[in-house]
Ligand binder design. Structure first.
Ligand code: PLP
Length: 380
């Protein structure tokens, strides 16, 4: 039975209707990826050689000159910053995250990009020895403000491409790249959950980091792709702060198998998941007291989600609905980023077969119960 391995340890599985959430275990792995990891677990291998080969494979997939695998995008940010601050100098690498050996350790980012993805992005900068310099206001940062924040102490510019970032009033990547080029300062892009593996390298970023466990559908893993000299420096951090971010042979092989499948799948999965959203919307429409619609991804990825908006007359807030869905059995976890404005989202990407019907049944039960409670109160 699905999930039984977790149940043998006394923990229940959940229905993930919220997307590629790290706290729900990222992606469910395909059979091929699972088998690749099991196969990898059965042999010894020279890890340096495996990492080097994996880096070449990722470089090819991203169009970057070089790449290096990491445990995830969070590690990718920390290691990218460490690379620009300490380079390949073994002594400097051994001192991080204390980078008092240099003044050139400021990392400039826009206020609207100062996100928390489960941990603050600025903390990853500090972990790599950087000092975050946050510029502008969350909804308004100008190119001039960024340019004047850049100086002799600037080690890098950091651009966060994410649905977590404020999507208005920001300076586009192209302009940050232009500022970087003018002053010979590397631009690092956090593209953790992005699906286009080439766009940010093509846009001129010097280092780009992705999660392997999000769009690509691999196990907990990730990579940094970019300039050869900087990737050499990322790699060199393995003798420093990179050590507690060590990638296992199973992760490497699982990631590579997932990447291979991801590249082969192409647009096919986009069509499929958005069809599931349309199907789910159809099933949910018509529950009295529940507004239902389709909503495109706020960060511009080709993801369509189902929006649920409980009518205020129900006396059931979006947050209440999310809590009740989570409290049931099986626990259903929806996307709650917009709960405070009355909207819940159902993300199709990680729904296992048959999940739609279970979700519809439970939503109907909860909304019906709220409505009849209201009616009872009204008739008293
Ligand atoms: C998920 C995420 C991260 C962290 O990625 P991991 O692979 O889980 O380490 C970093 N930045 C953004 C914008 C994210 O969405």
């Amino acid at each position: 039975m699905a999930g039984s391995i977790y149940e043998t340890f006394g923990v229940k599985t959940v229905i993930n209707a919220s997307g590629k959430m790290t706290n729900l275990g990222g992606s469910v792995l395909s059979t091929g990826v699972g088998e690749a990891m099991r196969e990898a677990s059965r042999h010894h291998v020279d890890l340096d050689a495996l990492m080097a080969r994996a880096g070449e494979f990722v470089a090819e997939a991203t169009g970057a000159p070089a790449a290096w695998l990491t445990t995830g995008a969070a590690a990718g940010i920390a290691l990218s910053v460490a690379a620009v601050v300490a380079g390949t100098d073994p002594h400097r690498i051994s001192l991080l995250p204390d980078a008092s050996f240099t003044n050139r350790r400021e990392v400039v980012l826009q206020a609207g990009h100062q996100v928390n993805f489960g941990a603050p992005v600025t903390q990853m900068v500090r972990l790599g020895g950087g000092i975050p310099v946050v510029v502008g206001a969350v909804n308004a940062t100008s190119r001039a403000q960024l340019a004047s924040a850049v100086g002799a102490n600037t080690a890098a510019l950091l651009f966060v491409q994410s649905h977590h970032a404020v999507q208005k009033g920001a300076v586009p990547l192209g302009e940050m790249v232009a500022i970087g080029r003018e002053r010979s300062i590397p631009v690092i892009v956090d593209a953790a959950a992005e699906e286009d593996l080439r766009a940010y390298v093509a846009a001129g970023a010097d280092l780009v980091t992705y999660s392997g466990g999000k769009a690509i559908g691999g196990p907990t893993s990730g990579f940094v792709a970019g300039r050869k000299d900087l990737i050499d420096a990322v790699r060199a951090q393995g003798r420093g702060i990179g050590r507690p971010m060590k990638v296992s042979k199973e992760q490497i092989v699982g990631f590579l198998a997932a990447l291979r499948e991801y590249l082969a799948r192409g647009e096919e999965s986009v069509v499929h998941r958005n069809q599931r959203s349309a199907y789910l919307e159809e099933l949910l429409t018509g529950i009295p007291g529940l507004g239902v619609g389709l909503e495109d991804d706020e960060a511009g990825r080709a993801i369509t989600r189902v929006a649920l908006r409980p009518d205020p007359s129900l006396g059931l807030s979006a947050r209440d609905l999310a809590d009740r869905l989570a409290a049931g059995s099986p626990s259903i976890r929806v996307r709650g980023h917009q709960a405070s404005v009355g909207t819940l989202l159902i993300d199709p990407r990680e729904l296992t077969p048959g999940a739609e019907e279970i979700i519809v049944e439970r939503v109907r039960e909860i909304v019906d119960a709220a409505r009849s409670e209201r009616r009872d109160e009204g008739s008293r």
